[in-house]
Design a binder for this molecule. Structure first.
Ligand code: SF4
Ligand code: SF4
Length: 219
């Protein structure tokens, strides 16, 4: 079985073995506190071209094709609707590429006005706070993701992908793997996905910065 101490961008979890559930905190690596490039703060958001949409959706479909057999073949697999621990324990606001953000923005814009207002309020409320962060897209009552169909790659691969020999998953999965083993599981390659997305996408900013750069009048 693979041991997991550290995994790479964008959702990175450090099991810090503190002897508490804080070990399930999801740590986002990378330069989250950087000053975004001026261009990235432009309020102008170009919609996705059809080619970009197809490319991104194909990438997400590839992840789904990797993930689905794992959950289908293992009834004990804990990543199910309603398990929102990782969404509630982000070590930093999600970093997403421009391409992912534009897609995510579409999902956000499709929400009812009251839900958009709540997400906006949660985004504002995250500024100046400390980890762990709860994702502003989480519906805290249902435990569901409000932008599930538009969620970024990190949320799709988390729990199912590895970087070199390090798994990208929470303590729930680690403990279950210790019990059941992982011999028949075909893990996804996190770095390959990240490289592909980086080649496609341009800037990467935290969702707080993307919200800052996004138009407000539509909401
Ligand atoms: S990664 Fe962990 S916390 Fe997140 S859905 Fe899967 S089991 Fe639940
Ligand atoms: S975007 Fe959705 S799946 Fe991803 S962390 Fe936020 S609530 Fe969870």
């Amino acid at each position: 079985m693979r041991s997991r101490a550290r995994v790479a961008w964008p959702l990175e979890q450090l099991e810090q073995d503190l002897g508490t559930h804080s070990g399930c905190e999801v740590v986002v690596s990378g330069n989250l506190l950087w000053e975004p490039p001026v261009a990235a703060r432009s309020p102008i958001m170009e919609p996705l071209t059809e080619a970009q949409r197809k490319t991104l959706e194909d990438l997400y479909r590839r992840i789904d094709e990797r993930v689905s057999p794992i959950t289908a073949a293992h009834a004990w697999w804990p990543c199910r609707k309603g398990c929102d621990h990782c969404c509630r324990h982000l070590a930093a606001p999600l970093p997403v590429t421009r391409l992912e953000w534009t897609y995510l923005w579409e999902g956000f814009q499709a929400l009812p006005p009251e839900a958009r207002a709540e997400v906006r309020a949660r985004v504002a409320g995250l500024k100046g706070t400390q980890r762990p962060y709860t994702c502003p897209f989480l519906d805290r009552e249902s435990g569901g993701c409000r932008v599930y169909a538009h969620r970024p790659m990190a949320c799709r691969t988390y729990g199912f992908y590895v970087s070199r020999d390090q798994g990208n998953w929470c303590h729930f999965i680690r403990e279950l793997l210790e019990k059941h083993g992982d011999g028949d599981i075909l893990w996804g390659n996190q770095e390959a996905m990240e490289d592909t997305l980086a080649r496609l996408s341009g800037d990467t900013l935290s969702i707080l910065d993307w919200f800052d750069a996004a138009p407000t009048e539509a909401c």
